[in-house]
Design a protein around this ligand. Structure first.
Ligand code: HXC
Length: 258
């Protein structure tokens, strides 16, 4: 099925998925989320791809879930046809690094989608917010949890209770984003990070991602145990032998990348 609401391209081993519904500031309707999920799964299983960038337009990464699509939905309809679980959580299943490259508005579900990615690179034009309170709802795709873990209780509480947006500089100070770059360099910068990761050993990249994510999921003891198991299991890979031999022999490692 050709995509209608996203554009995809590859730059070397990095896939770039661009949300492309400009007339609605990339509002995340069911079709867009289904297409995004399909593209993410396809790239995750493609051995030629090492990392995935999700981006939007200059004006909006995404202005949230599609309010016009949601407004008449009844409780039984949203409860039994769980549109969040079905379509929104695919990005969490992806084992390759997923980088959000955010310019313009990342609001509501748009901010939540960015926070589900492994890291966020922001353009200096980026604006993050959880304005759901203005609609008589609250964040529904993890925003109250991930924003609080990223920026702390006081700032998250203020943003979620008042709907105030955070600009790029504040988002960087608050540790919501990795760094801020000029808007014109946004996607190139994200692709550069993806390419750097793509040159490394794929098993260690996947396990590093799993280990960092474990810090979000459970207790410190469980996380440390997970890290140790993953660390030890990497001694079963050829890339570990290659990486360490290359260091000892003062040469660059040639990882298998699979
Ligand atoms: C549907 C949207 C939309 C959205 C913008 N549009 N955001 N349509 N859902 N979330 C549409 C507008 O209706 C308008 O369509 C067009 O995009 C341009 O938007 P404008 O408002 O004219 O642009 P501007 O004045 O520049 O204001 C930009 C904005 C504003 C500040 C981002 O659009 C805005 O406040 N949007 C809603 C943000 C929001 O509340 N997000 C949270 C959604 S709830 P027309 O046809 O009039 O040109 C959510 C819950 C997630 O995300 C829970 C998990 C599923």
């Amino acid at each position: 099925m050709p995509f209608e609401m996203i554009l995809t391209e590859t730059q070397g081993r990095v896939a770039v998925i661009r949300l492309n519904r400009p007339q609605a500031l990339n509002a995340l309707c069911d079709q867009l989320m289904t297409e995004l999920g399909q593209a993410l799964r396809d790239y995750d299983s493609d051995p030629a791809i090492a990392a995935i960038v999700i981006t939007g337009s200059e004006k909006a990464f995404a202005a949230g879930a599609d309010i016009k699509e949601m407004k008449d939905r009844t409780f039984p309809a949203v409860y039994f046809n769980d549109f969040i679980g079905e379509r929104w959580e695919t990005v969490l299943e992806i084992r390759k690094p997923v980088i959000a490259a955010v310019a313009g508005f990342a609001l509501g579900g748009g901010c939540e989608l960015a926070m589900m990615c492994d890291l966020i690179i922001a353009a200096d034009t980026a604006k993050f917010g959880q304005p759901e309170i203005n609609l008589g709802i609250i964040p529904g795709a993890g925003g109250s949890q991930r924003l609080t873990r990223a920026v702390g209780k006081s700032k998250a509480m203020e943003m979620i209770l008042t709907g105030r947006m955070m600009d790029a500089a504040e988002a960087e100070r608050a540790n919501l984003v990795t760094r801020v770059v000029p808007a014109a360099e946004l996607v190139a910068e994200a692709v550069k990070i993806g390419a750097k990761i793509g040159a490394l050993s794929a098993p260690s990249v996947a396990m590093a991602k799993e280990a960092v994510n474990a810090a979000f999921e459970g207790t410190l003891t469980e996380g440390v145990r997970t890290e140790r198991r993953l660390f030890l299991s990497l001694f079963a890979t050829e890339d570990q032998k290659e990486g360490m031999s290359a260091f000892a022999e003062k040469r660059k490692p040639a990882f298998g990348n699979r």
